[in-house]
Design a protein around this ligand. Structure first.
Ligand code: BGC
Length: 767
């Protein structure tokens, strides 16, 4: 018998059809998705493809002047890709069934909603969440929101909003993490992780797809007026405004929303450089981009052309889905016909929308396992409420505490004064769409529940505002203000009488929820209406004066800071606000929040932010120094600096030490700093690390946050904290937009806020 060499035998076996079939690697998840979408798109008409690019609003909330019409007929025709503002298993089921059963190709709809700081269980507004500096808590707030919104039939949430904001006049500063790109990036990642769950596996029915917004630079609106122009250098964009968007993309966010503003002359929604070159080519974003509300037709007002032209501009820029505008529905086909838009552009957009649906598992189960039973056992369940209370108290910031005004005793008497003291509606803030304010806890309810033996007497003291025009404007858009018809004098008189009989005055003052958020810019950021007059009258009683502030932005509160004994910043702290505030006021929780947006002394200092550049004439504080960069009438300092917040205990920082005084470009520097709790209570401290690049090819900020740690220290306890500065932490985008570290002198600064830091120099070498 002829002997066949073993190698030949193995080769023959390996080439057999069976072996070939075996060896062929299994398709990856991406390949499977592509095959699925290819097959589906092969069946679609051009009209049906364009239909997927249409996102309509059905339901309760409207944030712009236009609402979607003829939705049922459009769903049946396959003219709708997604729906927002509809939730609850029953409502979602109804529309989904229409698409699945009555449209030709049975393509499921995708349901989105503005789940911004919680869905049914409402957490503090984003500016408050960020003030916790607690990434685990922030992630948990998004996880709870995902569990609830998914159980309520939603697939997609219009969050996180990561726009850097340095202008407290802008009402939407309340919706983001504040002024810092480093903190903003970490918060963005935490939110994406919370919504999309571990590994971004959106097929899990308790996840939702996140939508990063508003891309881009929406927070830099000129004069803090909403929707206004932005104009900025690429260097500033790359170094200061873009990092949080990029961090969310790298964390795997599934979708992006374009912003309303124009950027250096081109509206974001028509901006090909932004949507295609930067987002997709440089950052490799694989998801889809929807517009913000009617951003496409609004481009006619921007002066970009006719409806047909702006529709083409948006598609060609790389926008995939048109929210409410219906400009793709109306004009995409004729734009393809005329050659203004390549058909491939519509195909690409349609593919991205279908891929999102595929990633969400909607082709397997278009209902994602929702049912009224699942909803009722999930929404506002006790663990979620407990999480809300815990996260709320972590977000509160103690701005002042003298004469041991706080914590309050649970005995004796307090005068509880102020237009916000008994408000349930206001504590859940704006953008609390599905939240039921009747289930929220007001400050009065929280205090009474926590201290049943304390005598609490309430008087309103003033309205939020007495300006009828402002009242009308707020009421027209769900302001739900409670306006007392008595005169300001009568209200103040009653409050003073109540105050005179109490041991302590607790005044709950600030903004109504509708005074911050979208389309809620303010040119004067002091306490509105007669509230300051009320505080002055209360101060005159000589009683200890504790302020509880509610507001969605930094306020200019110079008088208040000078005259109140204690000030607790509570933002709009959510469903459990009153309980969380009571926990802090009575010392059952030691406050640990720190502000993430600078509070100015007066509005005229804006924009005011800690990570500014130095001028050639920095003011160093010598009175007669005329030709320096300063104002004649106010110092350059903020009222409260970025990162500032007090505790009922005190923390003392030792001198930071470095692992090396000189490092090479690939080395990591270790910074160690001892921190001691030198007060009389256990407490948490947010230790912050900043750097300054002393000399650069471009001027560099005087300080940049590069690390932080929130640590619990028992009273008397001393811990040495270790921070690591990796090579990338020293890099920045230079004039050629290259991300480089430049050798030379640096400073590292560590402290409990951006002002009170200790400095240590180090050097970076070229090799
Ligand atoms: C807002 C977005 C929001 C959208 C949908 C717009 O007016 O700018 O933040 O997601 O409406 O409600």
């Amino acid at each position: 018998m002829k002997r066949i060499p073993i190698a030949t035998l193995l080769f023959a076996l390996a080439c057999s059809p069976a072996a070939r079939a075996q060896k062929k690697p299994a398709p990856t998840a991406d390949q499977k998705m592509k095959q699925y979408v290819d097959a589906l798109m092969a069946k679609m008409t051009q009209e049906e493809k364009i239909g997927q690019l249409n996102l309509v609003s059905v339901g309760f909330d409207v944030t712009g002047p236009v609402v979607s019409q003829g939705v049922d007929a459009n769903i049946r025709k396959g003219n709708v890709g997604g729906v927002f503002n509809t939730y609850t298993p029953v409502a979602v089921h109804k529309l989904q069934e229409m698409a699945i059963k009555e449209s030709r190709l049975h393509i499921p709809l995708m349901f989105g909603y503005d789940v911004i700081h919680g869905h049914r269980t409402i957490f503090p507004i984003a500016l408050g969440l960020a003030a916790s500096w607690d990434l685990k808590a922030i992630e948990q707030s998004a996880r709870v929101a995902a569990e609830e919104s998914a159980a309520d039939g939603l697939h997609w949430v219009f969050s996180p909003m990561v726009d850097i904001a340095r202008d407290a006049r802008w009402g939407r500063i309340s919706e983001g993490a504040g002024e810092d790109p480093y903190l903003g990036s970490r918060v963005a990642e935490a939110m994406v992780r919370g919504y999309q769950g571990p590994g971004n596996d959106l097929t899990k029915p308790n996840t939702v797809m996140a939508c990063l917004k508003h891309f881009a630079l929406y927070g830099a609106a000129e004069a803090g007026r909403d929707y206004n122009t932005t104009d900025m250098s690429r260097q500033r964009m790359y170094n200061e405004y873009l990092p949080p968007y990029r961090a969310a993309i790298e964390a795997g966010v599934g979708s992006v929303m374009s912003s309303f503003n124009d950027i250096n002359g081109t509206p974001a929604t028509a901006n090909k450089w932004l949507m295609t070159d930067l987002l997709r080519k440089q950052w490799n974003f694989q998801g889809f981009v929807c517009t913000d509300y009617t951003a496409i037709p609004e481009m006619m007002e921007h002066g970009m052309g006719t409806a047909e032209q702006v529709s083409a501009l948006a598609l060609n820029a790389g926008i995939d889905q048109d929210m409410v505008g219906e400009e793709f529905l109306k004009y995409a086909a004729q734009n393809i016909k005329s050659g203004a838009v390549p058909a491939a552009q519509v195909d690409a957009a349609c593919r991205r929308i279908l891929e999102a649906k595929y990633k969400l598992g909607l082709f397997q189960d278009p209902y994602r396992n929702v049912s009224p039973e699942r909803a009722s056992s999930t929404l506002m369940k006790p663990e979620f409420i407990a999480a809300a209370r815990d996260i709320s108290r972590r977000s509160l910031v103690l701005l002042k505490n003298e004469r041991s005004a706080l914590p309050l005793k649970k005995t004796g008497s307090i005068a509880l004064i102020g237009p916000l003291a008994n408000r349930q509606r206001d504590v859940i803030g704006s953008w609390s769409g599905a939240g039921d304010w009747k289930q929220a806890v007001s400050v009065e309810q929280g205090l009474r529940a926590a201290a049943p033996s304390l005598k609490i007497t309430y008087a309103k003291g003033s309205n939020i505002t007495d300006d009828q025009q402002l009242i009308d404007r707020l009421q027209a858009y769900g302001g739900e203000l409670d306006i007392d018809k008595r005169s300001p004098e009568e209200l103040i008189k009653e409050a003073v009488q109540v105050a005179e009989k109490a041991d302590v005055v607790v005044a709950v003052v600030g903004e109504s929820q509708g005074m911050s958020g979208e389309a809620a810019s303010r040119a004067d950021i002091g306490l509105p209406g007669q509230q300051l007059a009320l505080l002055k009258a209360l101060k005159a009683t000589g009683k200890p004066l504790v302020l509880v502030l509610m507001n969605g932005r930094p306020l200019a509160i110079g008088w208040e800071n000078q005259n109140a004994d204690a000030i607790l910043e509570t933002w709009f702290a959510g469903t459990q606000a009153g309980n969380a505030i009571a926990d802090v006021l009575f010392g059952d929780y030691n406050p640990s929040g720190k502000i993430t947006a600078t509070f100015p002394q007066v509005v005229g200092q804006i924009p005011l932010y800690y990570n500014h550049k130095s001028t050639g004439r920095p003011y160093t504080g010598t009175k007669l120094d005329k030709y320096k960069s300063r104002y004649l009438d106010v110092s350059n300092e903020p009222l409260y600096p970025f990162g500032f917040g007090l505790s009922y205990t005190t923390f003392t920082y030792g001198k930071p030490t470095l692992s090396k005084a000189t490092i090479g470009p690939a080395e990591t520097l270790t910074v160690s700093v001892p921190v001691q709790n030198t007060g009389t209570m256990d407490g948490e401290e947010v230790a912050q690390l900043y750097i300054r690049d002393m000399v650069g090819s471009t001027s560099r900020p005087v300080q940049e946050l590069k690390g932080f740690q929130k640590v619990m220290l028992k009273k008397g306890e001393n811990k040495t904290l270790t921070f690591r500065l990796a090579p990338d932490d020293l890099k920045f985008y230079n004039n050629d937009l290259k991300f480089v570290a430049e050798p030379g002198d640096f400073q590292v600064m560590v402290g409990g806020n951006s002002r009170d830091v200790q400095l240590v120099p180090f050097k970076l070498t070229a090799k």
